[in-house]
Ligand binder design. Structure first.
Ligand code: SAM
Length: 157
């Protein structure tokens, strides 16, 4: 299992999840790992590029795929309706900040928004955006064991 999937499972074990959104899903492998542990979760996958998505997921009724930008997809999701949102799309500062702004209202109160690649060296834009948007005592980090000095960040809404 990947380090990022393991981190998401840790979060979902602590904060039970019925609806999961992955912003920037690529193949969808991280969601599949989460699904193996929690088979009843409803999954919404978003990616601006549809060429990398596993084709088996398109036939699985538990998955919904939005082939569009993160911001366009956020406009189709009701506020206060999602338990776990995982942001892993464009890692440049302005995009991460825009993704947090667009997706935070979609999280149910008390549930979780999180993201990959909180890493000062490899993805400083992610760190800058997360640190700017949230207070230090709101931000939690889980090590992604596949890399050095890379974390999954998470915040309780
Ligand atoms: C790092 S990869 C995602 C990896 C995936 N979350 C995983 O765990 O395997 C980033 C993905 O974000 C997508 N992406 C980049 N910018 C985007 C945007 N503005 N809206 C939606 N998807 C975007 C890319 O096409 C790419 O597939």
């Amino acid at each position: 299992m990947s380090g990022r999937s393991n981190a998401l499972i840790q979060i979902a074990e602590k904060y039970p999840c019925q609806t999961y959104v992955e912003v920037g899903c690529r193949a969808g492998n991280t969601a599949v790992q989460l699904h193996k542990r929690f088979p009843l979760i409803e999954v919404i996958l978003i990616d601006i590029n549809d060429s990398t998505l596993r084709k088996d997921l398109l036939k699985d009724v538990r998955y919904k795929f939005y082939h569009m930008s993160s911001i366009d997809a956020s406009n189709r999701i009701l506020d206060n309706s999602i338990d776990l949102i995982y942001i892993d799309a464009d890692h440049a500062y302005k995009y991460v900040l825009a993704d947090i702004k667009a997706w935070l209202p979609k999280v149910k109160k008390g549930k979780i928004i999180c993201g990959h690649d909180y890493s000062k060296i490899q993805h400083p834009g992610v760190v800058q955006a997360v640190d700017e948007r949230f207070d230090a005592d709101e931000i939690n980090l889980i090590t992604d064991t596949d890399y050095n000095d890379v974390y999954v960040w998470w915040v309780r809404a």
